[in-house]
Design a protein around this ligand. Structure first.
Ligand SMILES: [Zn+2]
Length: 400
């Protein structure tokens, strides 16, 4: 009964809104208007179009200006209402964005039907969400307003890492990867999570990515933080960005990653299931926590000398390089004494939340264009900027 009543009430409301909009004939702005192609379009009476709104379908009649030169046409009213070239109203577009940021396009379509009673098929959800994501990505590049004073509680952390997103075949053709035959199945999404000790927030391409990190840091009040720290897994690009954009920031290799690295080498040395390997790794972890990096390097060097397998020796030497090369970034006792966070659990969690749960689900294969758009959409939601975006979007429409 309630569902039927809602349907009925919405239908009444939809008719009332349609009547009001269709009674307003102020939209023909003269017999001719300039077309986007540069030629002149001539008024040709009113034309009807069906738009899906939060109230259901609306039949809109609006002044139509066809252009003979480019064989297309436009309606000034559509631009005012935000339905130019699309059949979904802004409110429905926003619902689509909310759903598609969280779940797959097919699931989003099902949710819109079940919760809002709106028939939007999966393909339409995909097209609409990707167009919206591109709009949000463009908007994000324009908006660098620093956070309110109170929001930037120092120290401010910048945690960076990368994660592979499964791609469609054509997107990875000819690209080197980690598959057995040397091919690639994924492409890397670089991420930066900006957080302070009190609160945290997530946000998600190399120079474009560096500029994105810088914008986000400015928004979060990086200039006012009394201490800055960049946390990473040890990938060189992270330190390059840190050195270039945040030279004063303390660089820290995520302790969790450093330990995972040592555990990995333990498996190389002792085999994947050896209890000796586990004990060896535990001893190295303790040395790491205690800041005894020279002991770790000594233990690794012993194995690299005695190991008969050349490829294993190579792995061990790489690990020595990792530890020694990052020694200044692994002074954990000193960092702890300064009250600094030394683990990127926040980044890891952020990576999973921002990318994994939406883009790396079973059977998903992305185009670069599609993945970029949906990541922008999802990060806008997760960073609490979705509402601001819609406010700006509505304002820009009023202004035009
Ligand atoms: Zn034209």
């Amino acid at each position: 009964m309630e569902t039927a009543a809602r349907r009925g009430a919405l239908a009444v409301a939809a008719r009332a809104v349609a009547r009001r909009l269709n009674a307003d004939h102020t939209d023909p702005a003269g017999p001719t208007l300039p077309c986007r192609c540069g030629h002149t379009a001539h008024y040709a009476g009113r034309k009807a179009k069906t738009v899906l709104t939060a109230l259901g379908e609306l039949r809109l009649e609006r002044a139509y200006y066809p252009c003979n030169a480019c064989r297309s046409g436009f309606c000034p009213r559509d631009r005012v209402l935000g339905v130019d070239g699309v059949s979904l109203s802004p409110a429905v577009t926003r619902m689509v964005g909310t759903a598609a940021a969280r779940v797959s396009f097919a699931e989003g379509s099902a949710l819109l039907g079940a919760l809002a009673g709106l028939p939007v098929n999966a393909k339409q959800v995909e097209r609409t969400a990707e167009a919206l994501g591109r709009e949000i990505a463009a908007d994000e590049q324009q908006q660098v307003v620093p956070a309110e004073e109170a929001e930037s509680a120092p120290p401010l952390y910048l945690g960076m890492d990368g994660t592979g997103v499964p791609m469609r075949k054509e997107e990875v053709e000819g690209r080197p990867g980690t598959q057995a035959d040397g091919s690639a199945k994924t492409r890397e999404v670089k991420r930066c999570t900006v957080w302070s000790a009190e609160g945290r927030d997530t946000d998600a391409t190399c120079s474009a990515f560096a500029r994105r990190v810088e914008r986000e840091a400015r928004r979060r009040g990086v200039d006012r933080a009394n201490r800055r720290a960049v946390l990473g897994d040890g990938a060189p690009w992270i330190w390059n960005i840190a050195g270039e954009y945040f030279p004063a920031a303390i660089q820290i290799v995520d302790r969790f990653h450093a330990k995972a690295h040592l555990s990995g080498v333990a498996k190389v040395i002792y085999g994947a299931t050896s209890d000796l390997g586990a004990a060896w790794a535990k001893a190295r972890h303790d040395e790491l926590d205690a800041g005894q990096l020279h002991k770790i390097v000594a233990a690794l060097a012993t194995h690299s000398r005695s190991c008969p397998d050349a490829s294993k020796r190579d792995e061990i030497r790489k690990c020595i390089g990792y530890v020694w090369g990052n020694r200044r970034r692994m002074r954990y006792p000193a960092f702890r004494a300064q009250g600094l966070c030394t683990s990127t659990a926040v980044v890891e969690a952020g990576c999973k939340v921002a990318i994994g749960t939406r883009l790396k689900r079973a059977g998903m294969h992305w185009t670069v264009r599609g993945a970029n758009a949906i990541i922008a959409l999802r990060c806008s939601k997760l960073s609490g900027r979705f509402e601001d975006f819609w406010e700006r979007r509505a304002q820009s429409r009023v202004a035009s």
